[in-house]
Design a protein around this ligand. Structure first.
Ligand SMILES: Cc1cc2nc3c(=O)[nH]c(=O)nc-3n(C[C@H](O)[C@H](O)[C@H](O)COP(=O)(O)OP(=O)(O)OC[C@H]3O[C@@H](n4cnc5c(N)ncnc54)[C@H](O)[C@@H]3O)c2cc1C
Length: 435
């Protein structure tokens, strides 16, 4: 397998066809060059092409090769941090209006994604049946309730559910309480990425795949040059839409995130009985564990179940075992489910668990740090990047433009993750058994 082929995932096996995209072996001149053909870059390209801009999207792999073609497809409208925490971090610096815009932006992000899919006739098995978030142990109740209260006060629609209802809606009895966010839902993520790419291309964007941008050079006349092995893009402005796959292309950006691997498995289609019992109303599900368990059903009634990995994106036996253990933990009465596909990808984790937009040089913007909630968020941030290049006042954004802040000891992140994941898992397990 070539390193930049799509992973052997359920999504790659079942996605809608991609639009034609060739590698770049020419010189092109555009208004805006976009590095990264995931939700973020493709959404930006769509907005810009529709606004009449000449756009080139360049990806080192295929369209949707990064996290966008690998994720759980859960369209989740609530952030990790409470509005109060965000107010404490951003309020003094950027004003409370910014915080209010952010909470609205996040709360609306799921609806916006489904609307986008509908408006562009994107076939991606979109289902908006709601997202369940479930509490795994007593220690998680207080922060969960604070998050619930904060987001509800900020106007998000959330419904608390007790253990009994949670059990009926999920098919597992292992949780204490939860919420349902009715705007949440699911998509086939690679189909969605490809659908966005079709729409962007139809609007006039140029798509280049299998083209690693190796150098980003400011030109003397203003603007940028993006050099790959065999091609060159000259652009007035550049958007770095590389999230968890950010490399050294522009100094200081890679160090602002830690790429944490998440592993997912797709089971064989559930039996009729299992299907009736697990997520009968076809919600999506994620829990409050530090080393999260999340799952959903697919159009053909498989269970796609995910959790954190400790190593590489290419899952090893250890990862397979962790997924099996996770399935057994959540569904102890189910017989062992056959795993038909298992794959991994990178999540971009930031120090404050908030997304960031940076403008580290004139005409260069990046949006990254979706912390595992980027299906709706990254798509929505693509629009913000496009708006910025179209001249939108940064003060009116729902996310502030911040200085890139590197993680301390970033170069040791791999070893950090190897230590942190088992430790966090130990803490999660201890909380469950202490109930
Ligand atoms: C396994 C997994 C499960 C997840 N599940 C969920 C979920 O259920 N719900 C949710 O909300 N979020 C989920 N996420 C997170 C979500 O997938 C991401 O936040 C989102 O897809 C990020 O999109 P993006 O466009 O910003 O980045 P990506 O889709 O990662 O795209 C970045 C692209 O940049 C390209 N690139 C990088 N450097 C270069 C370069 N120098 N030259 C050319 N190209 C370059 C890469 O090839 C890549 O394709 C999950 C992530 C993973 C990995």
């Amino acid at each position: 397998m070539s390193p930049l082929a799509l992973p052997n995932s359920l999504w790659a096996a079942t996605a809608e066809a991609p639009p034609e995209a060739t590698s770049l072996d020419d010189q092109v001149n555009v208004d805006v060059a976009i590095v990264g053909a995931g939700f973020n870059g493709l959404r930006a390209a769509l907005v810009l092409a529709e606004a009449g801009k000449k756009v080139a999207v360049v990806d080192a792999g295929e369209i949707g090769w990064g996290a966008s073609g690998r994720n759980g497809g859960q369209v989740n409208p609530i952030g990790h941090e409470s509005p109060e925490t965000i107010r404490n971090r951003w309020g003094n610096r950027y004003g409370n209006d910014m915080v209010d815009r952010y909470t609205r932006f996040i709360s609306d992000s799921a609806d916006s994604l489904f609307e986008l899919a509908r408006n562009h006739h994107i076939h991606c098995d979109a289902e908006q049946n709601g997202w369940i978030r479930a509490v795994h142990g007593n220690a998680a109740i207080k922060p969960f309730e604070e998050l619930y209260q904060g987001w509800t006060d900020a106007g998000s629609e959330l419904r608390l559910i007790d253990k009994e209802e949670l059990s009926a809606l999920s098919g597992t009895e292992g949780y204490l309480l939860g919420w349902v966010a009715p705007q949440g839902g699911s998509i086939q993520p690679l189909s969605f990425a490809r659908g966005l790419a079709h729409a962007a291309k139809a609007a006039g964007a140029n798509l280049y795949s299998q083209t690693h941008v190796e150098k980003l050079i400011p030109s003397k006349q203003g603007g940028w040059q993006l050099a790959s092995k065999r091609g060159l893009v000259t652009a007035d402005q550049v958007l770095l839409c590389t999230n968890g796959y950010t490399d050294k292309l522009f100094p200081g950006i890679r160090e602002t995130i830690v790429p944490v691997v998440s592993i997912q498995a797709a089971t064989a289609p559930l039996t009729e009985h299992q299907n009736a019992h697990i997520l009968p109303d076809r919600h999506t599900f994620a829990d409050t564990r530090r080393v999260i368990f999340y799952f959903r059903k697919t159009a053909d009634n498989r269970l796609v179940f995910g959790s954190a990995g400790t190593g590489d994106e290419l899952p090893n036996n250890n990862d397979r075992q962790r997924i099996k253990t996770g399935l057994k933990t959540v569904f102890p009465r189910l017989p062992d489910l056959t795993i038909d596909y298992i794959w991994g990808g990178r999540i971009a984790v930031t120090q404050d668990h908030l997304p960031h937009i940076h403008n580290p040089a004139p005409g260069l913007y990046t949006a990254l740090g979706c912390n595992g909630r980027g299906v709706a968020l990254s798509t929505a941030m693509g629009r913000l990047l496009a708006d910025l290049t179209l001249g939108r006042d940064p003060e009116s954004l729902p996310i502030p433009i911040t200085q890139p802040r590197p993680y301390p000891f970033h170069r040791f992140h791999r070893i950090g993750i190897k230590i942190a994941v088992p430790w966090k898992q130990f803490c999660d397990n201890r909380e469950v058994t202490r109930e």
